[in-house]
Design a protein around this ligand. Structure first.
Ligand code: CA
Length: 430
């Protein structure tokens, strides 16, 4: 059998690039050389300046309107245009960056080395909702509190979520200041105040909302794709000791709102199309989703097969030039609900979603050790510390620790793509 031909780019570093080959073309907001932030597309080790390409007259029609909507340092207006504009832009970029593009010489001037650029948040985030669709995480965490009954009865009916804090979301690379807060030390009856002692990460998929819905008009599962602009990686930094004391009865609050990190590139649904899969079948005996959450096409093709990875780089590893150590290798197939079900559920009461809103999936742990998406699970609530190759031991994160999230999409006969990194380093408490 012939090997399928994978289209190549004239940008040499794109061919075989781990994250950004020609087939990905994620959009982001970047700046360089004191220029104001602007829209770019990641291609290999470079960023193509779309405003410069626009000024050179290389976009027409719908693709031109799409790029015009990216101006002003945020992608909200572009997200609002929805899928047709996004697809038109992608088709044009595939021509311009493809191997035989006639515009190659002209476009070379509009490429910036990514290492010389600063990446920003890609959109103004109006609202941030964190879901809890990683069922293995829900079971693992539930077990810590309720060994005999880890999943609460609503879990298999309701895509559980809570409203997070939009103002403290930062692009990859932002430092993470250890929060202070109230905790109830073990064996005490009165709380203490001080720096968080159980700082943790959560490995999540981020979902960018595209075109919004009108207040009072739910988005059906079958139409959800029209309202999704793209995807990123998300680290829902969590202060476990603060969380344990504050979370009842209304859920997480200050234990989550000190910072959330995301990867800055918006990976589109079109780029992820080859990595779609059937939603993982529900275990025998689980209820069917209620009808407003059930759509046969979504069940058949609404899942994602994306490998997710978490690495830890400690101060000592940096000093001794040791590589970052993998803590987690998981997959988006751990999602009990599809992204379309999350959109449908979020809006079923009439809640308005707006372009630039962000969803977190919830921690995406696998069922087995090595696949757990938080230290809370890996160390069994801090009871079983892990030994690192550097000789260090961790129950939770220490000052100087850096957490790095990565993703990898692989399928037969197509180029593998990634998301770029989501990094954050812990600074000591003020
Ligand atoms: Ca979370």
């Amino acid at each position: 059998m012939n090997q399928p031909v994978i289209p190549r780019s004239w940008v040499a570093s794109a061919n075989g690039h781990a994250d950004f080959p020609l087939q990905n073309l994620p959009l982001g907001i970047f700046s360089h050389d004191d220029q104001p932030p602007r829209c770019g597309v990641a291609i290999g080790d470079s960023i193509l300046d779309l405003e410069a390409v626009l000024a050179a007259g290389l976009f027409e029609g719908q693709a031109r309107r799409a790029v015009e909507a990216t101006r002003g340092g945020a992608l909200n207006a572009f997200f609002e245009l929805g899928r047709p504009a996004r697809v038109a832009l992608r088709e044009r970029l595939l021509q311009l960056l493809g191997e035989n593009a006639a515009e190659q010489a002209q476009l070379s001037d509009f490429l910036c080395p990514a290492t010389a650029c600063t990446l920003h948040l890609p959109a103004r985030i109006g609202d941030y909702t964190d879901f809890y669709v990683g069922i293995e995480h829900a079971k693992n965490v539930g077990k810590l509190f309720r060994p005999d009954n880890p999943l609460l009865p609503n879990y298999k009916y309701v895509p559980i979520g809570y409203h997070g804090r939009a103002s403290t979301i930062r692009a990859s690379g932002a430092d993470v200041r250890r929060p202070k807060g109230q905790t109830l030390p073990v064996g005490q009856t009165e709380p203490s105040f001080g720096p968080c002692a159980r700082l943790d990460y959560e490995l999540e998929l981020g979902i960018w909302i595209g075109r919004g819905n009108e207040l009072g008009e739910p988005v059906p599962v079958a139409e959800a794709a029209e309202h999704i602009a793209g995807y990123c990686l998300l680290n829902d930094w969590s202060a476990r000791d603060i969380q344990a004391w504050e979370y009842q009865p209304l859920g997480p609050f200050l234990s989550k709102s000190f910072i959330t990190s995301i990867s800055p590139w918006v990976v589109t649904a079109e780029a992820l199309e080859p990595f779609r899969c059937a939603q993982a079948p529900r275990p025998e005996g689980d209820p069917q989703p209620l009808s407003y959450l059930l759509d046969n096409r979504d069940q058949a093709n609404g899942g994602f097969d994306i490998e997710l990875e978490v690495l830890l780089l400690t101060e000592k590893m940096r000093e001794q030039n040791l590589p970052a150590e993998r803590l987690t290798l998981s997959n988006t197939q751990a999602m009990y609900w599809t992204v379309a079900q999350m959109v449908a559920h979020h809006s079923v009461n009439g809640c308005q979603l707006q372009a630039g809103d962000l969803f977190g999936s919830g921690t995406l742990s696998g069922a087995n050790p090595g696949q757990f998406g938080s230290l809370l699970e890996i160390t069994n609530g801090g009871k079983e510390p892990i030994n690192l190759a550097s000789g260090e031991v961790r129950k939770f994160l220490e000052d100087g620790d850096e957490i790095i999230l990565r993703a990898r999409c692989r399928a037969d006969g197509v180029a593998s793509i990634g998301f770029g990194e989501c990094r954050g380093k812990i600074l000591s408490a003020h």
